[in-house]
Design a protein around this ligand. Structure first.
Ligand SMILES: *[C@@H]1O[C@H](CO)[C@@H](O)[C@H](O)[C@H]1NC(C)=O
Ligand SMILES: *[C@@H]1O[C@H](CO)[C@@H](O)[C@H](O)[C@H]1NC(C)=O
Ligand SMILES: *[C@@H]1O[C@H](CO)[C@@H](O)[C@H](O)[C@H]1NC(C)=O
Ligand SMILES: *[C@@H]1O[C@H](CO)[C@@H](O)[C@H](O)[C@H]1NC(C)=O
Ligand SMILES: *[C@@H]1O[C@H](CO)[C@@H](O)[C@H](O)[C@H]1NC(C)=O
Ligand SMILES: *[C@@H]1O[C@H](CO)[C@@H](O)[C@H](O)[C@H]1NC(C)=O
Length: 478
């Protein structure tokens, strides 16, 4: 009797304690906000709520979403450390973000209840390569095999990944966008490359700030749909040749902040389908050489900005592109340029031109580009560049200057810059020699002629030698 009573009291106590615990937890964790745009579009906002584990079930409203609906669930900026199996989410396209948590582990089958998970953001956590096993992306287990999940976008940026498991993408056949930026990869090793090449539907690959300085030649083999690559903030001293393997599909290349010293005719070999190129913040870049952009037969937008030591662009940088000109926007802002050649490009075919933040020498060539060739009309509002030199024009808008003494430059290629012996063709040397020989001959003939005239004159006028020498002033006679 007494024992039973004690048990009851204990039980009640237990319940009381645990329920008060639960209440405490609830008070701390503000419930997630549900935003319903319409019956087929719902957002569950669990951001910044001190959540430290995956909830065991979702609010009832979420389970009422249509099977064709779109659902976004965000746990941005909480303290989740272990991604356990996530409860089922209805809808046709499901996006989940765990951005900025403290994730160190992910369970097998974590996403197997959400076959329609198309977007997963795991960025800004503490995930290592070892945690990223193929099992975490397993779909439903049916008839002894694991199915796939629909994942299209996977953000693994800002984690602690050195290497990827070769089978990581085994259950994600539709993976289209992969962000690996800001991870200490350092070397794209054999297994990482096997993992990448298994993601045959990849269109976007972000390898920015991964401490890599090379990409093995066949790294992108098989990635025939790769359209966009970001290699910024790495240790590349040249643009990796391996890109040419995906030249048939690559449309966007970002190559900022790498220690390259020059761009030349090897830099973009094979990238015939590139539409947009960005090469900025490369502090060591000094020169863009002849034919650098020649392979880029479909380029529409070129960003060549913030390269603070870039002082020279060869007048032949776009060699061979002028007949079928595709560039619409060219941004050359914030470099260290002072001159450009009038025949660098057909300036009037551009739609937008950016030239601010350089050291422009306002000479006749610049006036030709800006005024005669109409480049001045392509600057955006508030983006008119200034002259840095000559002193007289320093600070004036380059669209404002008039240089009355300028010759009318024709648009024939003029070799005014970058002239060196190696530029001389044998033909030129031959012409030069002939010219020198001709001048020498003329000189000799002239000499002979003068001598002949002299002797003739001397003979005739010898009889009256008159010398007008002022002896007083000529000290040599003293
Ligand atoms: C989600 O909730 C947090 C905290 O209440 C708020 O700061 C944030 O703006 C919300 N985000 C969205 C997309 O509604
Ligand atoms: C939800 O609806 C809004 C407004 O109608 C739209 O902007 C947004 O893209 C939709 N989201 C999804 C995931 O469909
Ligand atoms: C997350 O929230 C904390 C405060 O709770 C804040 O200090 C931190 O900057 C936030 N992180 C991000 C990435 O917003
Ligand atoms: C994460 O949870 C799983 C399952 O509960 C467990 O096996 C694993 O050890 C946990 N990982 C960490 C780092 O706590
Ligand atoms: C991959 O995409 C195709 C085409 O959109 C779709 O039919 C297929 O179901 C998707 N695969 C998975 C595993 O969801
Ligand atoms: C441009 O020219 C106008 C009129 O000629 C002048 O008032 C203006 O100060 C000039 N601006 C600059 C920045 O050169």
């Amino acid at each position: 009797m007494y024992f039973q009573a004690l048990c009851k009291v204990l039980m009640i106590l237990c319940v009381l304690v645990s329920s008060s615990r639960a209440l405490e937890a609830d008070a701390e964790n503000v419930p997630c906000d549900i935003t319903i745009q319409d019956s087929s579009n719902l957002t569950l906002n669990c951001s910044r709520r001190n959540i430290d584990e995956i909830p065991e079930k979702w609010p009832e409203t979420l389970n009422n979403v249509d099977k064709d609906g779109h659902v976004l669930i965000t746990f941005f900026n909480n303290t989740i450390s272990n991604v356990s199996q996530i409860p089922a989410v209805p809808g046709k396209r499901v996006a989940i973000s765990f951005k900025s948590n403290e994730i160190v582990d992910i369970e097998d089958d974590a996403f197997s209840n959400i076959e329609r998970l198309v977007y997963l953001d795991l960025s800004n956590n503490y995930i290592s390569g070892e945690v990223l096993r193929s099992e975490i992306f397993q779909g439903r287990y049916i008839d002894g095999i694991y199915g796939s999940i629909a994942l299209e976008t996977l953000n693994l940026g800002h984690n602690d990944i050195h290497s990827l498991d070769r089978y990581l993408f085994q259950y994600t056949p539709n993976l289209t966008r992969l962000y690996l930026n800001n991870n200490p990869i350092e070397i794209l090793d054999h297994v990482t490359l096997l993992a990448l090449s298994s993601a045959v539907n990849l269109q976007v690959l972000d390898l920015a700030k991964t401490d890599i300085n090379s990409i093995p030649l066949d790294a992108f083999k098989g990635l025939t749909k790769l359209q966009q690559v970001d290699l910024s903030d790495n240790g590349f001293v040249t643009v990796p040749e391996s890109l040419s393997l995906v030249g048939g599909s690559l449309k966007y290349l970002t190559f900022n902040n790498n220690p390259i010293n020059q761009l030349n005719d090897d830099s973009f070999v094979g990238l015939t389908n590139l539409i947009e190129l960005e090469v900025g913040e490369n502090d060591y870049l000094e020169e863009v050489k002849s034919s650098t952009f020649s392979p880029l037969k479909n380029l529409r937008v070129l960003h060549l900005c913030h390269n603070r030591n870039l002082r020279y662009i060869s007048h032949k940088a776009f060699l061979g592109l002028k007949d079928k000109w595709t560039l619409k926007e060219v941004y050359l802002d914030d470099n260290y340029l002072s001159e450009l050649s009038p025949d660098l490009m057909p300036w009037n075919k551009l739609e937008i031109l950016g030239m601010t933040g350089n050291n422009w020498l306002c000479n006749c060539e610049l006036a030709n580009i800006v005024t005669d060739q109409g480049a001045g009309a392509k600057f955006q509002i508030g983006e008119i560049p200034f002259c840095a030199a000559p002193m007289r024009l320093s600070g004036a808008y380059i669209t404002n200057i008039t240089l009355p003494y300028c010759p009318t430059l024709n648009s024939e290629p003029k070799n005014t810059r970058g002239f060196s012996l190696s530029n001389l063709k044998p033909k030129h040397i031959l012409y030069s020699i002939l010219a020198v020989a001709l001048i020498a001959c003329l000189g000799m003939l002239l000499g002979l002629l003068v001598n002949a005239v002299k002797s003739f004159y001397n003979k005739k006028i010898k009889s009256q030698p008159i010398r007008y020498i002022n002896i007083n002033s000529d000290t040599s006679f003293a």
